[in-house]
Design a protein around this ligand. Structure first.
Ligand code: AP5
Length: 240
């Protein structure tokens, strides 16, 4: 039977700071979906000083990208365990090479991508957000002093542990990450607009959502996910 349409395979695409992590977290909270953030995975490796972490530390701090094969290994070891789950990828693929590797590995599993969401937020909006971003490194939870501040200033809502700034969030490195996006990542938009249509009848795999606030984008994203997967279950906690 048509396995390919049974599980949500969503790529959350966008510039650094576009809101990929924030919007993925909202979907995970509302629905029975898991999210994999390669940025969070790398930060975890760096914290734990694994071999990957030692390789990643300098590259991430410089705002450059890790090699495609390293990233594929990290991602596929996670995806192998999630064959029967709905999932979101946040931060992967980030090059056309990664996009091709992902497509090949999903083709083997018989579950192709269902949706690629392109979060289109202007550069100046993003630059001002980043200076307000604080993170809880162990969990990847993201806060913003003006948009979604923590309950207690400077501390994580769930653990009470202190929040920190990401080392790659200083203006200089951030500018480099944005350039890296235009050079290496944005060609994926072309790649996805040329691939076969999505499982939704009469619609495209690639959907662009524009807006300057995530609340604005959230309404569209939620509707899009529902129309792609009408039977998606809401998680128990979302009804609180
Ligand atoms: P990664 O962690 O993936 O960084 P990124 O793509 O640069 O994305 P960000 O995490 O900065 O932003 P986001 O889009 O998730 O936005 P957020 O929701 O936080 O990767 C880090 C590094 O790892 C890379 O630079 C690279 O070196 C390496 N790496 C990762 N993946 C790789 C790969 N596949 N290949 C090679 N290397 C890889 O939102 C941003 C801020 O805005 C937050 O403060 C948030 O609260 C706030 N915000 C969100 N929405 C709104 C709103 N509507 N209004 C106001 N503020 C808002």
């Amino acid at each position: 039977d048509d396995q390919g349409n049974k599980f949500l395979r969503l790529v959350m695409f966008g510039k650094p700071g576009a809101g990929k992590g924030t919007l993925s977290a909202r979907l995970v909270k509302k629905y029975d979906i898991l999210s994999i953030s390669t940025g969070d995975l790398l930060r975890q490796h760096i914290l734990e000083r694994t071999p990957v972490g030692r390789q990643a530390e300098e590259i991430v701090a410089q705002g450059k990208l890790l090699p495609d094969e390293v990233m594929l290994k990290i991602v596929s070891s996670k995806l192998d365990h999630l064959r029967n789950k709905h999932w979101i990828l946040d931060g992967f693929p980030r090059t056309v090479g990664q996009g091709e590797l992902l497509d090949a590995s999903l083709a083997k599993q018989g579950t192709p991508l269902s949706l690629v969401v392109n979060l289109n937020v202007p550069d100046d909006v993003i630059l001002s957000r980043i200076s307000d971003r604080w993170v809880h490194l162990p969990s990847g939870r993201v806060y913003n002093l003006s948009y979604n501040p923590p309950k207690v200033d400077g501390f994580d809502d769930e653990t009470g542990e202190p929040l920190t700034k990401r080392p790659d969030d200083n203006p200089e490195t951030f500018a480099r990450r944005l350039n890296q996006f235009y050079a290496s990542t944005s060609p994926l938009l072309e790649y996805y607009s040329n691939t076969t249509p999505s499982p939704r009848v009469g619609s495209q795999l690639l959907e662009t959502l524009s807006g300057t606030t995530s609340d604005e984008i959230w309404v569209h994203l939620d509707a899009l996910v529902r129309s792609t997967f009408p039977n998606l279950k809401e998680s128990a906690t979302s009804l609180e």
